[in-house]
Design a binder for this molecule. Structure first.
Ligand SMILES: C[S@@+](CC[C@H](N)C(=O)[O-])C[C@H]1O[C@@H](n2cnc3c(N)ncnc32)[C@H](O)[C@@H]1O
Length: 274
């Protein structure tokens, strides 16, 4: 039976939900294991539904949420069933520090679902700091969606750690999709200040070396990044595709302008350019 694309349960900064079908068209029908070492909301993983997958991220709260959901979705759904969608409940959940993994997973899903603009953001101390979204028509939980995502996550190896560690087991014939935090703003010379502290330019250079090495070892490698000449220069052996999307960070529709980003591809069956 053909698998179907599925929406992420978490709207993640830089998430690829809107581009998942476009990027999926570059992935061949048959491959070994699918790797997504910067998984976030895991939009491409959920669009492809690969039979074998390794997902990684340095965000421990995110990976624990996925591990808990994969293991016991009903425990997470029960926790969510006790939560209400109103401002008072939102700030109480935001201030809470649940002792159980299911409680922590439910808290993250709840906050991402009901926060302003539906986004995940933490301060320097790692505390979720987004205000209430006032979308009081939204249900706290969609149990069927959570169970369906849990089934897919249960087939994946979920790893908390740096991308370089996550790809250590990649073999020829595997597909690796890298979607790092963008350090450079699209088309400009500016560094994105907040991201460049989390993922520095030296990390972008390290990523490019790891990506080239994996391609040399026979994996197909796809890298999303900002459309910037300095980024392109990091990937001389890759084919560069320009992808158009609407900027969704801005709160107003007028500010959601069309921006471009790049998808660099190398590996089996792909003609390289230099
Ligand atoms: C642009 S987001 C990925 C979005 C994802 N593709 C989606 O569809 O939602 C980048 C992710 O990389 C993670 N990250 C940052 N530095 C990392 C590192 N050194 N190794 C692995 N993951 C990292 C962040 O926690 C974040 O979740």
């Amino acid at each position: 039976m053909a698998s179907t694309s599925m929406a992420p349960i978490l709207k993640w900064p830089g998430g690829k939900r809107a581009l998942a079908q476009t990027i999926a068209r570059f992935v061949p029908g048959k491959y070994g294991t699918y790797y997504e070492p910067f998984c976030g909301g895991a939009a491409l993983f959920l669009a492809l539904d690969p039979p074998r997958a390794v997902l990684g991220d340095t965000n421990a709260e995110l990976i624990e949420c996925y591990q808990t959901l994969a293991k016991d979705p009903d425990a997470v759904i029960s926790e969510l069933a006790m939560m209400r969608n109103d401002a008072r409940s939102y700030f109480s959940v935001r201030a809470s520090r649940p002792a159980s993994p299911a409680g922590r997973a439910a808290r993250l899903i709840y906050l991402c679902r009901l926060s302003f603009n539906g986004i995940y953001r933490v301060n320097k101390a790692g505390e979720f700091n987004v205000p209430y979204g006032r979308r009081d028509h939204r249900s706290v939980c969609e149990p069927e969606h959570l169970r369906a995502v849990a089934l897919r996550l249960a087939r994946a190896d979920l790893q908390c750690g740096d991308f370089q560690t996550t790809v250590e087991t990649v073999q020829a014939g595997d597909v690796v999709y890298f979607d790092p935090p963008y350090t450079l703003a699209h088309g400009s010379n500016g560094f994105i200040k907040y991201n460049s502290q989390l993922f520095a330019w030296s990390d972008q250079e390290r990523l490019a070396r790891v990506a080239a090495d994996l391609a040399d070892r026979g994996a197909m490698v796809l890298v999303s990044n900002a459309d910037h000449r300095d980024v392109r220069a990091l990937y001389p052996g890759f084919v560069c595709h320009v992808i158009h999307r609407h900027s969704v960070i801005a709160a107003t529709t007028a500010a959601r302008r069309l921006v471009t980003e790049v998808l660099m591809i190398a590996g089996e069956g792909i003609s390289k350019c230099g």
